[in-house]
Design a protein around this ligand. Structure first.
Ligand code: BTN
Length: 329
C-alpha cells in the first residue's frame, strides 16, 4: 500500500470502532507492519488528532481537528469516489486557479483541492468570492470527461444536484437550485459553483468545478454581504464538521457523474427540475445588456434554461443572472 494512503486507512479503522483497536490488528488488516501503524498514528497526532494509546488495548480516537484534512475526508470516501487525490491548503489564491495549474501539468481525473482560505476567490462574471477563513467548504474538482463542448454545462448542473442531495441527507435541510449555478436555502444563497474548462479542438481536455459552500459563517458576517446569503450554521443554529460533509458531497458527485457519463441525462434533468427554485415562476434574466422576462418552463438537454416569453415563444438561454420577481432583491 502506498504510504500516503495509510493515514486515511488507519483513521478509517479508528472511526469504525467505538473503543480501542490494537496496532497488531490494524497492521494485519492493512497489510503493513505495527511500526508503520505506530508511525502513522504519530503523524496523525502531529496534525492535531487526539489518539489515546493504552497498553495491551491499542489505540482509540478521542477527537479530530476541525480542518478539512485529506485523511479526514478520504477516511470517509468509498474506494472509487471522486476526491482522490485530495490536496489541502491553509491558504491559496483560488482553488479553481490552482486546480487549473495542476490540471495543466497532468493532475488526474477526480483530484480535489480544498482551501481553508482564499485570497482571490473567484465567482462568476468576474466577481469575487469572499469567505472568512476556516468557515466554509471551498474546493475544486478536476474532471477529465470525454465530452463535446456542448455537454460541459451539464457538469455544472450535476454538482448542484450533488450539493442538494448531500445537504438533504447529511444535514436534513431542503435546499433548491437557482439556475445556473447557485444553491439556495430559505430564499438566500448558500453555495455557488464556478465551472471552467479547457478544450482541444472540439473536445474537453479538463474541467474544473469549483464550489463555495457557506457552512459555519456567522449571521453577522452574512448580513455584511451584498446579496442575501445563508449558511448551514445560520439556518440550523449549530456548527457543522466540514470534512464528513465534503465526503458526502463527493460521494453524491461520483454517483451522479457515473450516471451522466452513462448517458442517463433524462433522469438527471428530471431531478434537476424537481429541485429547481425557478420552474414555473416569473423571472428576469440578465445577460450583459440584454434583459429578458418570462416564465421558467424547464431545462434543455444541455442544461440551458427554457424561458417562455410574453408571446408564448420558448427562448433557450445558456448564460445569465436570474432574479425571481417575487421575492429576490
Ligand atoms: C458564484 O456563485 O459566482 C460562483 C462562486 C464559486 C466560488 C468557489 S470557492 C472555491 C472555488 N475557487 C474559486 O476561486 N471559486 C470557486
Amino acid at each position: 500500500m502506498a504510504g500516503s494512503q495509510l493515514p486515511a486507512k488507519v483513521l478509517g479503522l479508528l472511526l469504525e470502532g467505538s473503543g480501542h483497536r490494537s496496532g497488531q490488528e490494524m497492521a494485519g488488516l492493512l497489510g503493513c507492519t505495527r511500526a508503520a501503524v505506530a508511525k502513522t498514528v504519530g503523524g496523525l497526532r502531529a496534525q492535531g488528532f487526539e489518539i489515546e494509546a493504552a497498553p495491551r488495548r491499542g489505540y482509540c480516537l478521542v477527537s479530530e481537528p476541525h480542518l478539512v484534512l485529506p485523511a479526514r475526508v478520504e477516511a470517509r470516501l468509498g474506494p472509487d469516489s471522486l476526491g482522490r487525490p485530495l490536496y489541502h491548503f491553509d491558504q491559496l489564491d483560488s482553488t479553481n486557479l490552482e486546480a487549473r495549474r495542476r490540471a495543466e501539468t497532468g493532475a488526474p481525473h477526480g483530484a480535489c483541492l480544498v482551501a481553508e482560505h482564499q485570497s482571490a476567490g473567484r465567482g462568476r462574471l468576474e466577481r469575487r468570492w469572499l469567505a472568512p477563513p476556516q468557515t466554509c467548504l471551498l474546493f475544486s474538482l478536476i474532471l477529465r470527461p470525454r465530452l463535446s463542448l456542448g455537454r460541459v454545462f451539464g457538469l455544472n448542473n450535476l454538482i448542484s444536484l450533488a450539493l442538494c442531495r448531500a445537504l438533504e441527507e447529511h444535514c436534513g435541510l431542503q435546499p433548491a437550485i437557482k439556475w445556473p449555478n447557485d444553491v439556495y436555502l430559505e430564499g438566500k444563497k448558500l453555495a455557488g459553483i464556478l465551472t471552467e474548462f479547457t478544450s482541444r479542438a472540439e473536445t474537453v481536455d479538463h474541467v474544473v468545478v469549483g464550489v463555495g459552500l457557506n457552512v459555519n459563517v456567522e449571521q453577522s458576517h452574512l448580513a455584511d454581504l451584498d446579496q442575501a446569503a445563508n449558511s448551514l450554521k445560520a439556518a440550523s443554529g449549530h456548527s457543522w464538521d466540514r470534512a464528513p460533509l465534503l465526503a458526502h458531497i463527493l460521494e453524491e458527485a461520483t454517483l451522479l457523474y457515473d450516471q451522466f457519463i452513462a448517458g442517463l441525462h433524462q433522469e438527471l434533468r428530471t431531478e434537476y427540475e424537481r429541485r429547481s427554485l425557478l420552474l414555473g415562476l416569473k423571472v428576469t434574466v440578465r445577460e450583459g445588456e440584454q434583459v429578458r422576462e418570462g416564465l421558467a418552463r424547464g431545462f434543455a438537454p444541455d442544461g440551458a434554461l427554457l424561458l417562455e416569453d410574453k408571446s408564448g415563444d420558448i427562448i433557450t438561454i445558456h448564460h445569465g443572472d436570474v432574479s425571481l420577481l417575487a421575492w429576490e432583491k
